[in-house]
Design a protein around this ligand. Structure first.
Ligand SMILES: *[C@@H]1O[C@H](CO)[C@@H](O)[C@H](O)[C@H]1NC(C)=O
Ligand SMILES: *[C@@H]1O[C@H](CO)[C@@H](O)[C@H](O)[C@H]1NC(C)=O
Ligand SMILES: *[C@@H]1O[C@H](CO)[C@@H](O)[C@H](O)[C@H]1NC(C)=O
Length: 388
């Protein structure tokens, strides 16, 4: 009896600590039982590339998935951000890869494939356009229109287009860059329109990371210590500047169209520039891989890649994907953060927002004062480190 009491007390304490540990998110509360669909590239790939390719892919091998003892085709040492968002939405199963036969897609699926692009014809992958077509093909057999309309469509795409462009056009001038950004963002608009035509109405668009700060980019372009490759950061910025206004226009001209934009660019920049405040101590090289920034070859059979000891101190697990610890943080931010991080709504808000109703607020460019406010807010926090 006394033992039981002690056990209850320990469990109670554990519960309290767990709640404090997740200051933003209380999972599942008043969230309708809808689905989460993801589209895009390796960041959201839940195993599609592994299914599509004939050969072996690195993400099918240790140390990918190491925190779960399960290299299941995700590019992380464990779960990825959409897994956490799904959990916070109260979805009881992991969102499966749509291209794997006979998976349970009742609460959503990942259509994202590593190496995906908006333009071009990616090898052993799918463009966003092809992913949307897959979704449309699977629709009738799996989800009804009302369910799709209420569900969340989370998209992260474009990084591979800009990496490829920069590699093939190292001397591109400003006007060539602008022209490319315009063709990429126009294609994105087109594909989002296509998803809307298939019945989707709630869109969560993650803007592009500062691509020039990826360890693989620092390594490939020999940027030296502490430097990001600014040309790629610039392209990402130009791309990101177009996303909010483009979606505002779609929401104003398309009945029932709802969206929000997750400012992933600044989430990564803040963790890179003020890494101590975020306890992301190592931001310029990866946890797993070889090379000057440990950025190449994680998981490949013929590479004796280095694996770091403390994954949770690293912003990046491999040359271009974040550690599970960071993915969990992004999941929290997507689901519950303030408008300085995701605007005009977070996932919790967009999923509870009535369907067919026009949005009350639209995306606005971040002013520097908004950034300062965010900083004041977090530095006054009693947690002692920044969360946003
Ligand atoms: C699919 O998953 C849902 C939970 O999301 C569950 O209720 C249902 O029974 C599962 N279906 C099958 C066939 O396993
Ligand atoms: C990469 O760039 C080349 C040259 O511009 C282009 O031909 C190719 O289609 C691009 N690949 C992808 C996957 O976008
Ligand atoms: C990463 O940054 C740290 C601290 O600024 C620096 O000491 C280190 O040399 C950098 N590493 C690389 C590979 O650039």
């Amino acid at each position: 009896m006394a033992d039981n009491c002690n056990l209850a007390r320990v469990l109670g304490l554990f519960l309290v600590l767990t709640l404090f540990h997740n200051p933003i998110t209380v999972a599942g509360q008043n969230i309708p039982a809808v689905a989460l669909f993801t589209f895009g590239d390796s960041n959201f790939d839940a195993g599609n590339k592994q299914t599509l390719t004939k050969g072996n892919v690195a993400q099918g091998f240790w140390p990918y998935g190491k925190s779960r003892d399960d290299p299941n085709g995700k590019l992380s040492d464990g779960l990825i951000a959409p897994d956490f968002v799904a959990k916070f939405m109260g979805i009881p199963i992991e969102i499966p890869a749509a291209l794997v036969p006979n998976v349970n897609v009742s609460r959503g699926a990942s259509f994202a494939v590593a190496d995906a692009t908006l333009l071009g014809a990616p090898v052993e992958s799918l463009t966003l356009n092809q992913q949307v077509r897959r979704f449309s093909q699977m629709k009738a057999a799996n989800w009804n229109d009302d369910f799709i309309k209420k569900s969340v469509f989370l998209i992260y795409i474009g990084a591979n287009d800009y990496l490829n462009f920069t590699k093939n056009n190292p001397k591109a001038d400003a006007s060539a860059q602008q022209a490319f950004v315009t063709s990429v963002t126009n294609k994105l608009k087109n594909d989002i329109g296509l998803l809307y035509s298939s019945g989707a109405s709630k869109f969560v668009i993650q803007n592009l990371a500062p691509l020039g700060c990826l360890p693989i980019v620092r390594q490939d372009y020999n940027t030296g210590m502490e430097q990001c490759y600014e040309k790629l950061n610039d392209l990402a910025k130009q791309h990101n500047e177009k996303i909010g206004p483009m979606l505002n226009e779609m929401a104003k001209t398309t009945p029932g169209f709802q969206f929000t934009v997750f400012d992933f660019y600044n989430v990564i920049i803040r963790r890179t520039q003020r890494s101590m405040n975020f306890r992301t101590f190592i931001t310029n090289s990866s946890c797993c891989g070889v090379g000057t920034h440990n950025a190449y070859g994680c998981g490949l059979p013929n590479v004796h890649s280095k694996l770091c000891e403390y994954q949770r101190s690293y912003l990046f697990f491999d040359g271009r994907h974040n550690t599970e610890k960071m993915q969990e943080m992004f999941g929290h931010l997507l689901f519950g953060a303030d408008p300085n991080v995701i605007q005009p709504m977070n996932v919790r808000e967009i999923v509870t927002y009535p369907v067919d109703e026009p949005m009350r607020e639209y995306w606005v460019p971040q002013t520097s004062s908004a950034t300062v406010q965010a900083r004041d807010y977090s530095s006054s926090s009693s947690r002692g480190y920044e969360f946003y």
